[in-house]
Ligand binder design. Sequence first.
Ligand SMILES: CC(C)(COP(=O)(O)OP(=O)(O)OC[C@H]1O[C@@H](n2cnc3c(N)ncnc32)[C@H](O)[C@@H]1OP(=O)(O)O)[C@@H](O)C(=O)NCCC(=O)NCCS
Length: 166
Amino acid sequence: MVEKTRDLEPVVAPAQGEEFYAAADLRATMAEEMGDGWDERYPGWRERFVEYFQARQSAGQSQIICARVDGNIVGMAAVSLVDDYHGHVRGCKAGRVNAVYVKKPYRRQGVARSIMYAAIRWLKRNGCSVARLNSSKEGVPLYESLGFQPRREMELHLDTIQETVT
Ligand SMILES: CC(C)(COP(=O)(O)OP(=O)(O)OC[C@H]1O[C@@H](n2cnc3c(N)ncnc32)[C@H](O)[C@@H]1OP(=O)(O)O)[C@@H](O)C(=O)NCCC(=O)NCCS
């Protein structure tokens, strides 16, 4: 991967201290922008978000990556090691990228690209051979520009299944 020159030169680094709460705020803004109110749907999720990522980051299993401009957080992503049998059995560890978000005034200036480079570097340093994510419609050009390709993952919402399925 040849890294493209950054336009805005954000400072990209893992969240520290209170920044986990700022990351939760950004995640809430992202959900709102996508028409989803997490505070109403998932009461208490912010505390669980902070608790989860503080613990996982300390254990080296996840990282909240923040992009700062003039000291303010303008973008983020969460990157995590995936614990599944493939990683152990086939020796090909996978990583997952979630919650890639850049505040509106800072878009199209290379901020998400810088965050994604940091995420990919972290996954490679941690022995991953593949990175996966679910993309929003808006995220597709970003991920394609980095070389991500679609794959055939399927899902089933289990609460839609009758109890007669045993
Ligand atoms: C998607 C998102 C993270 C992109 O952030 P960004 O900082 O604007 O992206 P970048 O400036 O780093 O873009 C890097 C490249 O991605 C592509 N790209 C990014 N946004 C694009 C858009 N809206 N239209 C077309 N291409 C786009 C371009 O190739 C761009 O390079 P270029 O500007 O040199 O042409 C941002 O628009 C966002 O937060 N959207 C709402 C949340 C969301 O959908 N997140 C993805 C969740 S999976």
